[in-house]
Design a protein around this ligand. Structure first.
Ligand SMILES: [Zn+2]
Length: 281
């Protein structure tokens, strides 16, 4: 798998992996707003959105799908330049038709937006589609979303209607501990959403934890009680953050975090008092 500034190849044991950057999320530049002079700002990067491809000896697996082709969500009044997963994959020589296993960590727009094309057809037609059962059941239960900002709520529901509804017969529902393909196991990490899940990837003696949206910024490694504004249950998210960080430190596993600065790879160390983030490169 070739590399480029928006794709990052690496190996985990016998698995070939490729991080693909779907795009950066940009927010209003508050520093510019506070300074004297014209209040014109192009915004500042808030966080990256990355997806992960894993080629095992038997499967080509994609974890999450970004915002989707042509998506132009507006955040804080700023149109976002995202939805680049497919062209970057194709530039790396990978066709969406080759993906045989598609795993969703949760049902937010930046993770499910790339499931269908503009005609409502599946982008990954040959893939088995997996989603955590608790996540699936929650979103079809007419849930109480009063804890979520209204704009975000509308975006989430629209993304579910566009991407999950047309594919509802395709999904296979998985639970904590499910081995999805050899070497890739689901682990339940709820709080960001009720069914949010992470993935433990193991090949030979090497392992990686894909924490998806358990944490959004490296500073949360040192301060795991910091909330993300999009966490639906802060107490539950805090429990998941502490549990997964403890597991990561004990195992020494590589970490992939979808929203950390691209490529979102690194290790969690401890000095005995607090956790520290050490980027992979
Ligand atoms: Zn996300």
């Amino acid at each position: 798998m070739p590399g480029a500034k928006n794709s990052y190849p690496f190996k985990l044991g016998g698995f070939e992996c490729l991080v693909v950057k779907d795009g950066p999320l940009i927010g209003p530049d508050n520093r510019a707003a506070r300074s004297a002079g014209p209040k014109i700002s192009r915004g500042v990067k808030i966080m990256d959105v990355s997806c992960l491809l894993i080629k095992t000896p038997a499967h080509l697996v994609l974890i999450d799908t970004g915002f989707g082709p042509g998506a132009r969500p507006v955040i804080g009044g700023i149109p976002q330049n995202v939805g680049h997963l497919l062209p970057i994959m194709q530039k790396a020589g990978i066709s969406p038709l080759e993906i045989d296993t598609l795993i969703l960590s949760h049902a937010h727009p930046d993770h499910i937006g790339g499931l269908v094309d503009r005609n409502g057809q599946p982008v990954f037609p040959h893939a088995r589609h997996f989603i955590p059962r608790r996540e699936w059941d929650f979103w079809w239960s007419n849930p109480d979303l009063s804890m979520v900002e209204d704009n975000f709520k509308q975006a989430v529901l629209a993304a579910i209607a566009k991407n999950l509804l047309p594919l509802r017969d395709r999904f296979e529902l998985v639970v904590d501990g499910t081995g999805i393909v050899p070497g890739i196991q689901l682990v339940s990490t709820p709080g960001h959403t009720p069914g949010h899940s992470s993935l433990i990837v193991t090949s030979g003696t090497q392992s990686m934890v894909c924490i998806c949206d358990v944490l959004h910024w490296p500073r949360e490694i040192t301060h795991p009680d910091l909330a993300s504004s999009s966490d639906m249950s802060l107490p539950r998210a805090n429990i998941s953050r502490h549990a997964i960080l403890s597991r990561i430190v004990q195992s020494g596993a590589l970490v992939f975090a979808c929203h950390f600065p691209f490529p979102g790879l690194g290790y969690v160390l401890t000095d005995g008092r607090e956790y520290l983030w050490q980027p992979y490169r």
